[in-house]
Design a protein around this ligand. Structure first.
Ligand code: GTP
Ligand code: MG
Length: 348
């Protein structure tokens, strides 16, 4: 029954009817984000069926401190991309928190112009501690957007150190946004997050032009000095300014920014297939770990053993790697426990 329903979902997701496609995409993402085992299984099967049709978008990660203007910029950039004939999907995620519903929902209200376009799809996604964590769910959601023919996928995430790394591992280009306030840039330089960033955008130039230009110069010289990451810094092929100033509100500097993105996309075109292979291998590795854990928690006996091992670890009598080895040995002795138990598949 659900297989037949999901068959329709797969068809609708690749339909020419934009509204049907968008509705199907929302349902599909809900399945892969669900904490219910039966939903996840359906989501996994759907993704598996659609996988050959996915993977060909240009993926942009946008990160930066709260309030730096990410959503406002995505709104402006998205409209420009649509004017150029693209279909744009935006995923707003916060990998650092599972209490961010309000925050990510606010993102959509900052993208009100994009939200009205038939050629855009915006998905605020509160981080869920469930199956596989946010990174895997976002990877799955990106693929589903691609299967639904979105050729630009933008992932907005709050920049708090680790997240640039997470977003870089699933996208083709990472933009770091910051405000023009003196000190913002130094903070960023200190954290060394430029390793994962392909373009730095100093936003809100309309509020403080002189400060923004100063920040741009300072960051550019810091970048020249550091030359982080072979993937991100290619001095021979660097026609694009790697530090831009824009105003997401007035549009000042926006076309220069878009040109930089297009140039980067052209330069990087030949590297994308290789990068996808690395990203997909990581995804497979993470899926093996998270599915093993998820199934341990769904099995009464294994869950009891897991909790007993947690107690031993807390009591300082067992180190986590040895405890994991012991539990995985039990799993292989109980292969039948890998069958899902019941429709709701209780998770501990
Ligand atoms: N003056 C000015 N205000 C801006 C600009 N860009 C964004 N803002 C304002 O800054 C505030 C925050 O903008 P958002 O787009 O929500 O910022 P964000 O980085 O997405 O915020 P979070 O998702 O909460 O991390 C809003 O009041 C925007 O209107 C800009 O270029 N100039
Ligand atoms: Mg936002």
């Amino acid at each position: 029954m659900s297989a037949m329903r999901d068959n329709h979902l797969a068809q609708d997701l690749t339909s020419k009817d934009i509204l049907l496609r968008r509705r199907a995409l929302s349902k599909a993402i809900t399945l892969v984000e669900s904490s219910r085992i039966d939903h996840r299984q359906r989501g996994d099967e759907l993704l598996d069926e659609l996988f050959p049709k996915a993977g060909s978008s240009f993926r942009i990660g946008i990160t930066g401190p709260p309030g730096s203007g990410k959503s406002t910029l995505v709104d402006a950039m998205g409209l420009m991309l649509i004017e150029q004939g693209h279909q744009v999907a935006v995923l707003c995620v916060d990998p650092s928190s599972n209490l961010s519903d309000g925050c990510v929902l606010a993102d959509k209200t900052r993208m009100h112009r994009l939200a009205c376009s038939d050629n855009a799809y915006i998905r605020p996604s509160a981080g869920s501690a469930g199956y596989g964590g946010v990174a895997q769910q976002t990877r799955a959601a990106i693929r589903l957007c691609e299967a639904a023919a979105y050729d630009f996928v933008v992932v907005e995430t709050v920049g708090v150190g680790q997240n640039e790394c997470a977003v870089a591992a699933m996208t083709d280009m990472v933009l770091l946004l910051q405000g023009p306030t003196p000190g913002d840039d130094l903070q960023v330089i200190k954290k060394g997050i430029y390793e994962h960033v392909d373009l730095v955008v100093v936003n809100k130039v309309d509020l403080a032009r002189a400060a923004a230009l100063k920040a741009q110069r300072r960051i550019a010289s810091a970048l020249r000095l550091t030359r982080y990451g072979a993937r991100h810094v290619s001095p021979h092929l660097q026609p694009t300014p790697r530090v831009c100033t824009v105003s997401a509100v007035t549009g000042d500097g926006l076309s220069t920014l878009m040109n930089s993105i297009t140039l980067y996309q052209q330069e990087e075109a030949r590297n994308i297939a290789g990068r996808r292979m690395i990203q997909d291998k990581t995804w497979l590795e993470e899926s093996i770990g998270s599915q093993a854990l998820s199934k341990i928690k769904a099995d009464e006996y294994l869950r009891t053993m897991f909790n007993a091992l947690v107690d031993l670890v807390h009591a300082g009598r067992r180190a986590p790697p040895a405890a994991a080895r012991q539990l995985l040995a039990l799993v292989s002795e109980h292969p039948e426990s890998f069958a899902p138990r019941g429709q709701n598949g209780a998770t501990a």
